[in-house]
Design a protein around this ligand. Structure first.
Ligand code: FE2
Ligand code: FE2
Length: 275
């Protein structure tokens, strides 16, 4: 007996086969369940993803953090009742790319398939990622640094200095991480998009060196939860923790876009350019 992947195993009335004495070639049931489960989850997911005919204002009402994506696509507020499609068209943006990123930010289980990635106009992907870097470096990190500095000012000298040093080291790590991407990965994508083939860089160098820049932020929140001395202003620390958690969530999605969209797309371009 050999059960093919794709056999309908979701049926409640399904007879569970007697496993004794079965051919050793029997595929592990977990493989079959997993494949069917993934397929039905993908189908289900497609039903509730955002679509380009939805009003932009509705998208933001459903997932308020989408508002943070607008400046990264140069979309100003004041868009009335325009749909995502009309608004993207008015600003010369690929609605496919915009929607895919909105969906990644809004649905935790959503990871676009290679087919979806290949079918989208990605000419603005590097621009989007660079603008995200600017937002983290120029807006969020200095804002959190100010919180940390005020909190450190209320602690004893040594503990305050340790906290400030921890954050400064983290900040430098993020700067180096972004610099590598902006000097190597994004220009490589741009060259491939413009049809160039000759290029010393290969995307295979990127993934192993793509460090996780969110984990240290989680460590920072743990320090705040567990080791802050009494007497430090509560609302200052709560404000700082909120900002750190929000940045951490944003960075997780940013990394996911780099690993599940940017890398597969560049691999695809490298292949068709014959690199
Ligand atoms: Fe990045
Ligand atoms: Fe990154």
């Amino acid at each position: 007996m050999f059960l093919e992947a794709g056999t309908d195993m979701d049926n409640d009335n399904m007879q569970v086969p007697d496993l004794d004495g079965l051919d050793l070639q029997l595929r592990p049931p977990c493989t079959i369940f997993t494949k069917n489960k993934i397929k039905s989850e993908e189908k289900e997911m497609r039903n509730y993803l955002f679509s380009e005919n939805m009003k932009m204002a509705d998208l933001i009402l459903i997932k308020p953090s989408i508002i943070l994506l607008l400046p990264r696509f140069n979309i100003p507020l004041g868009f009335g009742d325009k749909s995502v499609k009309d608004l993207c068209m008015a600003h010369g943006i690929s609605s496919g790319l915009f929607l895919m990123i909105c969906n990644i930010y809004s649905f935790d289980n959503y990871v676009p398939s290679q087919d979806v990635v290949n079918s989208i106009d990605m000419s603005m992907l590097d621009c989007y990622l660079e603008k995200s870097h600017r937002y983290y470096l120029d807006q969020r990190l200095p804002h959190i640094a100010n919180h940390i500095s005020r909190i450190a000012g209320e602690m004893n000298n040594r503990a305050g200095e340790i906290l400030k040093c921890f954050f400064e080291e983290y900040n430098n790590e993020v700067i180096a991480h972004f610099r590598y991407e902006e000097q190597n990965v994004f220009p490589h994508l741009k060259r491939l998009l413009s049809g160039e083939v000759a290029d010393d860089y290969s995307i295979t160098a990127y993934l192993p060196s793509h460090t996780n820049i969110e984990d240290k932020l989680d460590d920072l929140t743990q320090i705040m939860f567990k080791y802050l001395p009494e007497g430090v202003k509560t609302y200052e620390t709560i404000g700082a923790v909120f900002d750190i958690l929000q940045l951490s969530e944003d960075l997780k999605k940013h990394s996911l876009i780099e690993e599940k969209v940017l890398i597969p797309f560049v691999e695809h371009l490298e292949k068709i350019r014959g690199k």
